[in-house]
Structures are given as C-alpha cells and as structure tokens.
Design a binder for this molecule. Structure first.
Ligand SMILES: Nc1ncnc2c1ncn2[C@@H]1O[C@H](COP(=O)(O)OP(=O)(O)OP(=O)(O)O)[C@@H](O)[C@H]1O
Length: 250
C-alpha cells in the first residue's frame, strides 16, 4: 500500500543551524510509527514540515501523496494533527471547540455534535464539556488538543508528544485512541520521549539523531533504551570518523 506520510531526504536549516540533515521516513495506512530522539534531534521540525508549517530547504514531503504546504481541502480534511499549539480557541468551551474542529474538517452539522460528544467521553473530558478551554488544566488542555485532532476520524494523524502532560489514565486513553485509529486504517506518526509508551503504541520506532533517522527499533524487543543509545552512539562515531577523513584529505 502506498505511504500516507512521506519525508524523503529532507533538509532544513534555521540560519546556519542544520536541524534536518536528510531525514527520510514513510508511514503506511494502518501503521503507527513513533519517532524518538534526544532534545533538539529534529522531531518537531520534521512534523512541522509534514503539517505544512515549514517548507524544508530541500527534499520531498508528502501527505496522502500531496505537498503538505499546499494540501487540497479534501486531503486537509483527512488529516488530524497536534504539532505545537493545539488548534483550540481558549474562549470557546470544550464542546464548542470540538464542534468547530469537526466542522472545519468537513463533518456535517448533524454529525458534529455526536462526534464531539463521543470523543469528549472517549478522553474523559465530559465533566469539562462546558468549561472554556482557557480554564483547563495542562493535562486536560492536552486531551482537548488530541480530541480536536481526531474528532473527524482522520485517515492521517500526526502527534508531537501527545502524552507529555497526561496522567497515567490519560496516557492509556490516548494510546487506545491511537491504536483504534490505526485499526480503522489511519496512518499515525507520533513523537515521544516515553520509551515505555512508545513500545506499547508503535508498530515501528525510528531513532532520530542529528536531524535524520539513524535506525529503526523493534518496539517488542527487550532493552529499547539501550538499543536507542547504541544507535545514537554509532551515528556519533560514524560522524566523527567522516569528519576526521575529511580533515585528513584536506
Ligand atoms: N524556529 C527555530 N529557529 C531556530 N532554530 C530552531 C527553530 N526550531 C527548531 N530549531 C532548532 O532545530 C533543532 C531541532 O529542533 P526540534 O524542535 O525539531 O527538536 P526535537 O527533536 O523536537 O526536540 P525536543 O525533544 O526537545 O522537542 C534544535 O537545535 C532547535 O534548537
């Protein structure tokens, strides 16, 4: 099956700083892929490229086969994401935000209330349904961001550290939601620092280091943390050897 999300040899520099250095990945429909990496590895930058927020210096990005910076409406309606600030209006209540998110993604008026109610219950936000988003705790605000990203049952889902502020119950709910979307055929790309969580939710884990994918890890195998650090150290020593060869040749 063709990939729903694709980054191919993507480079991006912020001024003189190379944040992405040839990052490539692909996510197929029905698959959950997780990116793990140290702070500053380039995960968020890669997700910003995929959500059309950032045009890379070079390389190819595709969402459902289209350029994410010029996503046609029909493709945009099939995408859900939380990268950076969630698409939430602080003045609107939780229920209102969910209905607006559903409507913006093409869910018709009749179905938007039931879709909003269902995802509200799913993420245990029912008690806050009539509370303005600005009054939510950090964790409940994060739940709302995720809820707004999935209310329209997207076929592509991109989530940047979706459980960073969640309590253990919230982590389980988001995990179940992600697996459910994938079971329904969605392609899911998620970044996380929680290796235990990644091991539970992902079909494949990509180690991102120095702005590129340096290896793939089987989430089911033992010692995910050690295998991740082995990949990082191997990438660092390969980089140091290459730099030394270049110096010697000069
Ligand atoms: N707008 C920006 N301007 C300048 N540099 C940036 C900008 N955004 C990111 N960077 C730099 O690009 C590199 C990659 O950042 P990015 O946020 O993608 O990392 P990350 O893997 O998501 O890190 P973290 O795990 O800390 O969230 C970092 O060195 C960061 O400082």
């Amino acid at each position: 099956m063709p990939e729903a999300l694709l980054l191919d040899d993507v480079h991006h520099a912020f001024g003189g700083h190379r944040a992405l250095t040839g990052l490539s990945l692909a996510v197929a429909p029905g698959e959950v892929v997780a990116m793990i990496g140290l702070n500053g590895a380039g995960k968020t930058t890669a997700l910003r490229v995929l959500t059309g927020r950032l045009r890379p210096t070079s390389g190819t990005a595709r969402v459902l086969g289209r350029d994410p910076a010029r996503l046609p409406v029909d493709a945009a309606r099939r995408l859900g994401h939380v990268v950076g600030a969630a698409l939430v209006d602080p003045a609107l209540t939780v229920a209102e935000n969910l209905r607006v998110a559903a409507a913006l993604h093409g869910v018709d008026r009749d179905r938007s209330s039931s879709a909003a109610g269902a995802v509200c219950d799913r993420l245990d936000l029912g008690a806050w349904a009539h509370v303005p988003a600005r009054a939510l705790s950090l964790g409940n605000a994060q739940r709302l961001g995720v809820a707004c990203a999935v209310v329209h049952s997207p076929s592509v889902l991109v989530l940047d550290e979706p459980t960073s502020a969640l309590d253990p119950r919230g982590v389980v709910l988001v995990r179940e939601l992600v697996r459910e979307r994938a079971a329904a055929g969605a392609a899911v790309l998620v970044s996380s620092h929680h290796l235990d969580e990644v091991a539970r939710v992902a079909d494949r884990v990509l180690a991102v280091h120095g702005g590129r994918v340096v290896g793939s890890l089987d989430p089911g195998g033992a010692e995910l943390e050690r295998r991740f650090f082995d990949l990082v150290l191997a990438a660092d020593s390969a980089g140091a050897s290459a730099a030394a060869s270049t110096r010697d040749a000069a």
